[in-house]
Design a protein around this ligand. Sequence first.
Ligand code: 2HA
Ligand code: ZN
Length: 271
Amino acid sequence: MKAFIHKNKDLKNIIRETAEIAGYLWQRGWAERNASNISVNITDVYQPEISEYSTFPFYGLQVSYSKLAGNLFFVTGTGKRMRDLTRKPMKNALILKLNDNASGYWIISQKMDGENFLPTSELPTHLGIHQMIAERESMEKVVMHTHAHDLVTLTHAKQFCDEDVLNKLLWSMHPETVIFVPKGVGFVPYRLPGSIEIATETIKSLQNHDVAMWEKHGVFAIGKSVADTFDLIDILAKSAKIYFLCRSADFVPESFTDGQLAELRKLADNF
Ligand code: 2HA
Ligand code: ZN
């Protein structure tokens, strides 16, 4: 581990928490092979001197993220496994710093002559979301993508590929979902993973929600910490699971009544 990480308690805690949660993604069965990726904006936690990074490898970006100029991110690596990240975070994730016009980044956590790797293939979506967060000046620091299969399964049925239908279903299965995911989920129709198109649609969706469901692929969520972000997905996945358990027991769930939902929503408002 690089000396600057060792010396920074806050940064070490973020890395430790990400490693722990990466293990949960794997245990949940949401992170097969290299599936899932996480990025954390660590600009408030660490700012290196230019002499510490100017000689490191530099990579250009397809799109410039002007609001993120000079920002630093802890990001999982492309092709890396969440289960490996749990044991060896800095061999499976990296720290990058955007340049002053945000047209590219240095990877400042890797050895110049070591076995280097690039950030997640979903980097355009991650940076686009962080840029949206910076524009509206809200407090989220974390973007998480994972293949939460109960939620993905829902999006294989046309009838659920609709934001209102999805939210009614997910809120009606479990009280926690109304309380902890009051903004519900956004729905992003199928687009090629890693593309600018899917990034654009996801950013649009996350303007009004903390979680966006990608049709036939996975979910993207934002939060203040890695644990909080995981919790949002975990709660929604629980709702979907209850629905499928009812259906596999061969009955249609009764769901909450409108009155019960309204009562829960009031509780959520005061939470
Ligand atoms: O990190 O999940 O969508 C790999 C993926 C790409
Ligand atoms: Zn994915």
